[in-house]
Design a protein around this ligand. Sequence first.
Ligand code: FES
Length: 80
Amino acid sequence: MTQAEVHRAGDAPAKVDLQQGETYYWCACGRSAAQPFCDGSHQGTGLAPVVFVASKTETVFLCTCKQTLNPPRCDGSHKS
Ligand code: FES
């Protein structure tokens, strides 16, 4: 299967409160209606979410433009 294009889901990062030890599924395809997290809309695209476990309880900024080079976190790429 060929990979579908990644969609730009937003023009600014999403501020999210993470809980230590929780597993999260960051949407990498840009199609989720539940940004910045996966809602299963990537099915059939060949793309998949980035799965991560929060190492501590903290507030973070997660990428929604899907151009970050440091997923799932915003690296400022939405400005370019
Ligand atoms: Fe985008 Fe699952 S909906 S990775």
